[in-house]
Design a protein around this ligand. Structure first.
Ligand SMILES: *Cc1c(COP(=O)(O)O)cnc(C)c1O
Length: 407
């Protein structure tokens, strides 16, 4: 039996995960009472390649989005040769999968010891800063590790504004005037100067990138130092479900968004600068779904065996409507209603915490009942990495599924 493996175990079973044609078959065969992740390697490959086909620069997968070896190994196999990493554990994971990959250490605030490991043990030469003291910290560690400043590219992270589902500029980034000083300082200490920004996550409008590029243009012109690379960060959105009560334009795909960003790159005079992007969500979101079970139906509320402390916290933070598909338990008496009519159900998470209620409903047939399974699609981003042991409920089972998820 190889369908259930501990993803924290150092190695997977020889034969790999048990394969099913689709999640329905997996649910009916395994009848799981705890969540089961359905991994779709073909989807992962397609989405990673779709991004790389439209982005001419270097694609550095953001490891934090989903650091599972199933994901990282597959990305390395299809030739992803750069990773955005933020900690020694992430260095190790990326290196284990892709020994020759370039690692970009783009967290602007790092521990001294982690910087030393990055420089001395992992050959990392690309790092982000948003303050002069971070530059001094890196320089000190470089000296201790015997690494010359000229080998380093220090990316000055710009503060940006956007309406992303997740706004990150409140935490990181230098204001334009400060960024000018930082670039000049990087140049003076003999390192290569780069510019970077990260406009947020699930960013639906290209204007966020265009505005950041405009700021980068201004900073570059004032600083008057050579710019070795421009890293446009992550944030490219994935297509989730549709909440019929809300009007919204369809989410752009990388094929829609990237060409528009590239036009802004040209307009702002960066066409001659090597580009890096750090996509996470756009590459992995669709590569995993999770089969959850309805533990109890109470009117329009469904109590399920997963929630915000396990696989679904990202949808809670980002107020995402997740696409779902009902897998009725055969032989159960259906709840009253029309099996073809879908209605919104409030989703109550598995833990005892009263915060553990999803911020958006699942749209399901009226007839859903206790004991049914629900396949929740597109949870590949920020699910496995954010699982907790809270209440002793840590989902940890994986199968492989061939068919793409369909709501
Ligand atoms: C989280 C993060 C990413 C990935 O973001 P996505 O929205 O998943 O694409 C990329 N770069 C940095 C610096 C990040 O913090």
């Amino acid at each position: 039996m190889t369908s259930i493996v501990d993803p924290r175990a150092p190695e997977f079973p020889e034969g790999g995960l048990t394969r099913f044609a689709n999640a329905r078959e997996a649910a009916l065969a395994l009848r799981p009472d705890t969540p089961v992740y359905c991994f779709r390697p073909a989807q992962l490959e397609a989405d990673a390649n779709a991004f790389r086909q439209v982005f001419p620069g270097r694609t550095a997968y953001a490891v934090k989005t989903n650091p599972h070896p199933l994901i990282i190994d597959r990305l390395a196999q299809i030739g992803v040769d750069a990773f955005d990493v933020a900690s020694p554990r992430e260095f190790r994971l990326a290196r284990a999968a892709a020994p020759k990959a370039a690692l970009f250490y783009m967290h602007p605030v790092k521990a001294g010891l982690a910087i030393r490991e990055a420089l001395a043990d992992y050959g990392i030469r690309h790092l982000a800063i948003d303050h002069e003291n971070e530059a001094a910290k890196i320089l000190r560690e470089a000296r201790a590790a015997g690494v010359d400043a000229s080998e380093l590219t220090l990316f000055v992270r710009l503060a940006t504004k956007s309406h992303a589902a997740y706004e990150l500029s409140r935490k990181f980034g230098a204001a334009p005037g400060h960024a000018v000083e930082l670039l000049q300082r990087v140049h003076k200490i003999g390192a290569q100067a780069g510019l970077c920004f990260h406009v947020g996550s699930q960013v639906e409008e290209p204007d966020a990138y265009a505005a950041a590029l405009k700021a980068a243009q201004w900073v570059r012109a004032r600083a008057g130092v050579p710019i070795a690379a421009l890293d446009i960060g992550g944030g490219y959105p994935a297509r989730y479900g549709v909440d019929r009560r809300r009007k919204s334009a369809p989410t752009p795909t990388p094929a829609d968004l990237i060409p528009r960003i590239l036009r802004a790159v040209e307009r702002t005079g960066f066409a001659d600068v090597p580009l890096v992007a750090e996509p996470g969500r756009a590459i992995v979101a669709r590569s995993l779904s999770v089969i959850v079970r309805v533990l109890l139906r109470k009117g329009q509320r469904l109590y399920i065996n997963d929630g915000i402390w396990a696989s679904l916290s990202d949808s809670w933070t980002g107020k995402l409507t997740l696409p779902v598909r009902l897998i009725p338990e055969p032989g159960r008496v259906r709840a009253k209603g029309d099996p073809k009519k879908t209605v919104p159900f409030r989703i109550m998470g598995a833990t005892c915490d009263s915060v553990d209620i999803l911020s958006r409903p699942f749209w399901l047939p009226e007839t859903v009942t206790t004991g049914d399974w629900i396949e929740v699609g597109h949870i590949g981003a920020y699910s496995l990495s954010l699982r907790t042991d809270f209440n002793g409920l840590y989902p940890d089972s994986f199968v492989e599924v061939d068919a793409p998820f369909r709501a």
